[in-house]
Write a protein that binds this ligand. Structure first.
Ligand code: UD1
Ligand code: UDP
Length: 376
C-alpha cells in the first residue's frame, strides 16, 4: 500500500493554530501519510509567530504577503503559487482550514487539478454574505468544491445539510482550536513580557480586547474602542489589554481613540502561548475574532462578541458569549454590567466547551485514512 499524500495549506495566524494539531497527528502516522506543508504566508509575522511556537517547518513557502494587500491580490498570488506546489507534490488530498482568502485559493487550486479537498471547520454560517466579509463567501465557495466537510459541531453539520450537502461527506469532529488550547494552558504560566508580568490580575478587572474584522474597520471599530474607553473612565478598577492586529488601519483607530486613556495597554500581537494564558487569567474578553470566541468559553471567560452576526452561535447558546453588536451604548452597558453585577458575571463565567473534546485532529485524520484505505 502506498502512503496517502496530504498537502496542508494555510496562510494566516488562526489557520496555523488550528492546523497545528492536524499536522502533528498526520506526522505521527508516517506509516500511512506522506505530509507536506505549504504556507501561502498571507500573514507574515503573525504566521511566523505560530510556526515558531508549534515548531512547524513548511515544505513550501509562497511568501505572498504585502502590506496593504487587497483581496484580489491575495487570491491571485496564492492561486498562482499553489499551482506549482500541487504540480510538484501531486497530493491525493489538500487540507484547508476556515474561511480566509488562502482557504478559498487553496481549495480552488486543488479543484483545478482535480485533487480531493478536505475542509476543516466546515459549515459555519452567519447568514450574511457581507458579515464577516469576505469570510462567509469564502466558506460557501469552498464548500461547493469540497469532498470532505469536517464540521466542528452538530450545528455546522446542520447548516450543510440545509444547503443540500450529501450526509456521507459530512463529519462532526469538534474544533481543532480546542486540541491546540489543551496543549498550552498552564496555571503557573509566567509571562516574559514585563508589562504583562506586572499586571495585577487579583485586584484589577482585566478586559482582554481583540478586534480586526474588515467589516468593523471604520465607525464600528471606533464605537467598540470608544465604549471601552468610557468603561475605563467609569471603572478605575478595570484595565484593557489590546494586543493589536498588525493591520495599520486597525492600529490607527486604536491609537487615536485610546490616546491619553488611563488603564489601557496597546501592545504588539502576542505569541499564542502568552495570549492564551493571558486569556485564562483575565476577567473578561471583548472580541470580534472567530478563534477567540471559541477559546474563551472553554476557559470560563465571559465574551462580548462585538459583531452584528456570529457564525459561532454555540458559545452564545451555552451562555458564555453574548452577541452585542457594534453600537457604542450597547457595548458600554454590557461591559459595565459585567464589571459591576456579580450575578450577571457568574451567570456567564461558566467553563463550557461546545467546540469538542480536544480530539478533533484525530477524528479528521481517521476519516481521511478510512476514506483512502479502499483506494490504495
Ligand atoms: C485575515 C483573514 C481573516 C482572518 C484574519 C486573522 C482574509 C480575507 N481575511 O484578515 O479572515 O480572521 O486574517 O487575523 O483572508 N499584517 C501585517 N503582518 C501580518 C499580518 C497582517 O502587517 O503578519 C497587516 C498588513 O498591513 C495587511 C493587513 O494586516 O495588509 C491585513 O492582512 P490580511 O491578511 O489582508 O487580512 P486580515 O485582516 O489579517
Ligand atoms: N491570537 C494570538 N495572539 C494574539 C491574538 C490572538 O496568538 O495577540 C490567537 C488566538 O488565540 C486564536 C487566533 O490567534 O487562536 C485568532 O486569530 P485572529 O483573531 O487573528 O483570527 P480569527 O480567528 O478571527 O480568524
Amino acid at each position: 500500500m502506498r502512503k496517502i499524500k496530504v498537502l496542508v495549506i494555510f496562510g494566516t495566524r488562526p489557520e496555523a493554530v488550528k492546523m497545528a494539531p492536524i499536522i502533528k497527528s498526520l506526522k505521527n502516522d508516517e506509516e500511512y501519510f506522506d505530509t507536506k506543508i505549504c504556507v501561502t504566508a498571507q500573514h507574515r509575522e503573525m504566521l511566523d509567530q505560530v510556526l515558531r511556537i508549534f515548531e512547524i517547518k513548511p515544505d513550501y513557502d509562497l511568501n505572498i504577503f504585502k502590506s496593504g494587500q487587497t483581496l484580489t491580490e491575495i487570491t491571485c498570488r496564492a492561486l498562482m503559487g499553489l499551482e506549482g506546489v500541487i504540480e510538484d507534490f501531486k497530493p491525493d488530498i489538500v487540507l484547508v482550514q476556515g474561511d480566509t482568502s488562502t482557504v478559498f485559493s487553496g481549495a480552488l487550486a486543488a479543484f483545478y487539478h482535480q485533487v480531493k479537498i478536505g475542509h476543516v471547520e466546515a459549515g459555519l454560517r452567519s447568514g450574511n454574505m457581507y458579515s464577516p466579509y469576505p469570510e462567509e463567501a469564502n466558506r460557501k465557495l469552498t464548500g461547493i468544491i469540497t469532498d470532505f466537510h469536517f464540521a466542528p459541531t452538530e450545528t455546522s453539520k446542520e447548516n450543510l445539510l440545509n444547503e443540500g450537502y450529501d450526509e456521507e461527506k459530512l463529519y462532526v469532529t469538534g474544533n481543532t482550536s480546542i486540541d491546540a488550547l489543551k496543549w498550552v494552558i498552564d496555571k503557573d504560566y509566567k509571562f516574559e513580557d514585563e508589562i504583562l508580568n506586572n499586571i495585577d490580575f487579583e485586584n484589577k478587572k482585566v478586559i482582554l480586547l481583540t478586534a480586526h474584522r474588515r467589516e468593523n474597520i471604520g465607525e464600528p471599530m471606533e464605537n467598540i474602542f470608544s465604549a471601552l474607553r468610557d468603561v475605563l473612565q467609569k471603572n478605575p478598577d478595570a484595565e484593557v489589554i489590546y494586543p493589536m492586529h498588525l493591520n495599520p488601519k486597525v492600529r490607527e483607530i486604536a491609537r487615536e481613540v485610546f490616546k491619553d486613556t488611563k488603564g489601557v495597554y496597546l501592545i504588539e500581537p502576542l505569541d499564542y502561548l502568552p495570549f492564551t494564558n493571558l486569556m485564562s487569567k483575565c476577567y473578561m474578553v471583548v472580541t470580534d475574532s472567530g478563534g477567540v470566541q471559541e477559546e474563551a468559553p472553554s476557559l470560563g471567560k465571559p465574551v462580548l462578541v462585538v459583531r452584528r452576526e456570529t457564525e459561532r452561535p454555540e458559545g452564545v447558546e451555552a451562555g458564555t458569549a453574548r452577541l452585542v453588536g457594534t453600537e457604542r451604548d450597547v457595548i458600554f452597558d454590557e461591559a459595565d454590567k459585567l464589571l459591576n453585577d456579580d450575578t450577571e458575571y457568574k451567570k456567564m463565567a461558566n467553563a463550557v466547551n461546545p467546540y469538542g473534546d480536544g480530539s478533533a485532529a484525530e477524528h479528521i485524520v481517521k476519516a481521511i485514512k478510512e476514506a483512502f484505505s479502499s483506494c490504495f
